[in-house]
Design a protein. Structure first.
Length: 464
């Protein structure tokens, strides 16, 4: 009887302990996981560690260094997958980049605000970061670096209890050439921890390595990630890849199609996305479909605005139209001047013959005073006509010379605009210097003002 009572008490104690265990030390979902920001990142399955996109700042702080315009974006996501497993959350975020010069070096300051709301817990992130531009130049490419400082707050939805911490992200980006990049990032380096009610959680330390290839028509990306254990979830690896194709129109902007695949334990998903770019804005949408567990798709929507940016295709179309019209008018003016010039030459030849004939007549009529006076007066009239014709011929020749100078100025302006486009696209200084030297050598003896190009070249030489 005593043994039976002991067994009952032992079994009851075990049940009691397991019943109280979640109350005494419940496990949270891993906080502040490495989830891509915006519809483009999610549409490429978060494989943006090496992609030069400002929205990739949460996965690699070095990618913002190449931004040369003030950019901002707002993002919304109704998610069903995190980097460590299933999840049900809504995410609201905004970000911006501000290019600036620090100690004579170009770089980009980034700001981030993000709010994640789950069933039981919410997360708030406020971050500030900086990415360099061409910080380290080598024979194999350019290396840039970046860092983020994040103020993070996790809170329980029901009780309102919250915990705060500081997080640090580090990143590097190697630009081998204008098409190929390699990226490396260390996220949540200090693994900040949070204690909410009786639960403990921490942001997982994550290492990401990525590669990207970008052309005018397509973008191909791939990432490998390793996350430390956090929030009761075991450490895991993931392989992410994405593909983007650009569909161009000449009047209505650009359309993009995207697809991505993320493979990870309990967190695999397939993504699809579309985007529309016009002038300086982009509207993007992505759909994420889980490959494991319950098939509950997630959705992401983003709006990005680039201030000071222009529609390059429309600008070129306008410049080409102006150039055609200008050339047509210029050719017509040159033809008209040539015809007028030939007529004046014929008239000058005719006048010369008349002058010669009058000289002969004056010699033969020296004895007839009246005829001599009349001939002199007529010759003065003819000589005045000859002077006016010469003046008009000189004016036409000056006009032709000015037309040629205007043509050279127009050609220089077009070549200068092409150089500015090359510079705005982030071309290396050696390429910019070579382009300026060719431009100056072509126009330096043309007799037009090229101080813009010479001043720009002096600036590049001083920076070296």
């Amino acid at each position: 009887m005593k043994m039976k009572n002991f067994k009952k008490m032992f079994l009851g104690s075990i049940v009691f302990i397991y019943t109280l265990a979640p109350i005494r030390s419940p496990l949270l979902h891993a906080a502040f996981e490495d989830i891509g920001l915006g519809a483009r990142s999610r549409g490429l399955a978060d494989s943006v560690t090496a992609l030069g996109d400002i929205n990739g700042v949460v996965l690699n702080p070095a990618v913002t260094g190449g931004a040369r315009k003030f950019e901002t974006g707002v993002h919304f996501e109704a998610g069903s997958r995190t980097s460590l497993g299933p999840g049900d959350f809504n995410s609201y975020a905004f970000n911006m980049t501000v290019p600036r010069i620090t100690y004579g070096k170009l770089g980009t300051l980034s700001l981030l605000g993000k709010y994640n709301l789950g069933e039981d817990f919410s997360e708030k992130t406020l971050g500030i970061g900086y990415g360099t531009w061409q910080a380290l130049k080598t024979g194999m490419g350019v290396v840039d670096f970046g860092a983020n400082l994040k103020v993070m707050q996790a809170a329980a939805v029901k009780s309102g209890d919250s915990g705060m911490g500081l997080g640090f992200d580090l990143g590097a980006l190697w630009r081998a050439d204008s098409r190929r990049n390699l990226g490396l990032s260390l996220l949540n380096v200090n693994s900040p921890s949070f204690k909410i009610d009786a639960a403990k959680d921490k942001a997982p330390f994550t290492v990401r390595f990525g590669a990207a290839e970008t052309t005018d028509d397509y973008t191909l990306t791939m990432d490998v990630s390793r996350r430390a254990a956090a929030g009761g979830a075991a450490a895991n690896f993931s392989l992410n890849s994405g593909f983007e194709y650009v569909w161009r129109t000449y009047r209505y902007g650009l359309f993009c199609s995207r697809t991505g695949l993320s493979l990870a334990g309990r967190a695999s998903f397939l993504s699809f996305g579309v985007a529309y770019k016009h002038l300086a804005s982009e509207l993007a949408y992505s759909l994420m479909t889980p490959l494991t567990g319950a098939i509950l798709p997630g959705h992401a929507l983003s709006l990005t605005v680039r201030f000071g940016d222009r529609d390059i295709e429309s600008e070129y179309e306008r410049l080409i139209t102006q150039e055609i019209k200008y050339r047509k008018d210029l050719v017509g003016a040159l033809d008209e001047s040539l015809k007028r010039e030939n007529l004046l030459k014929d008239e000058l030849n005719s006048l010369k013959g008349e002058i010669d004939a009058l000289n002969d007549k004056l010699k033969a009529a020296q004895e007839q005073k009246a005829e001599i006076v009349e001939a002199k007066e007529k010759m003065e009239v003819i000589m005045e006509r000859q002077r006016r014709a010469r003046n008009e011929l000189k004016a036409l020749e000056e006009k032709r010379r000015q037309n040629k100078l205007n043509q050279l100025r127009f050609d220089f302006s077009r070549d200068w605009q092409a150089y500015l486009k090359l510079k705005g696209g982030g071309a290396p200084k050696d390429v910019l210097k070579g382009s300026l030297q060719r431009l100056i050598s072509h126009y330096q003896s043309a007799g037009i003002d090229i101080s813009q190009a010479t001043g720009e070249l002096q600036g590049l030489l001083q920076q070296q």
